[in-house]
Design a protein. Structure first.
Length: 190
């Protein structure tokens, strides 16, 4: 075991902070899921000022998701090497990029009409499978990503490792399938 890993593992868990952040996790999850549910409703569409458009955001979403995937892989490599400070840097970057993605995604969908996939046949089935699993796993994994982050932040490393073993592949799947869905939908943007 590396000295850096030993030093981190010797830190005292902060259970009180973990409980407080657990409440914050559930509140944030509820707010995000409510916003995502509401943004698809046409009657809640927010008109933009004349000449404004957020139609540039879908490729930004794909780039942000791609960068999250890169950060997640970097975090995994770093932790396997015992480079905990580097692992944390990658995770902070992934979290920050995810927050920026979420803000852009909500802004786009509250202001812009939805683009529908225009393909047919087996490609449409592949697209719908990827989209449905992407959206479902994004919603399901959100609180667990936050719980995993909280466990690491509060030095509850056994819980962090236990959660990360199954949260990591879900988060990576969401980060990778987002850009794939964008690339499949790209020909149909106006």
């Amino acid at each position: 075991m590396s000295d850096e890993r030993k030093e981190w593992l010797s830190r005292t868990p902060d259970e009180a902070l973990s409980k407080k952040l657990g409440i914050v996790t559930w509140v944030l999850t509820a707010v995000v899921l409510i916003l995502v549910g509401l943004m698809r409703r046409p009657e809640l569409r927010i008109p933009l000022p004349e000449g404004w458009s957020f139609t540039f955001l879908p490729p930004v979403h794909a780039i942000l998701n791609s960068l999250v995937a890169v950060c997640l892989v970097g975090a995994l490599v770093a932790v396997k090497q015992g480079k905990i400070a580097r692992h944390r840097s990658f995770i902070f970057a992934a979290m920050g990029l995810s927050v920026v993605f979420l803000l852009c995604y909500v802004a786009y969908h509250f202001t812009t009409d939805e683009t529908r996939y225009g393909g047919t046949g087996w490609m449409k089935a592949v697209y719908l499978f990827l989209l449905i699993t992407h959206i479902t796993l994004a919603g399901v994994s959100l609180p667990f990503i936050l719980f995993t982050f909280t466990a690491g932040w509060t030095n509850r490393f056994a819980a962090h490792r236990r959660l990360a073993k199954w949260v990591f592949p879900l988060w990576l799947y969401v980060a990778v399938t987002g850009p794939i869905c964008y690339l499949m939908l790209r020909p149909y943007y106006g």
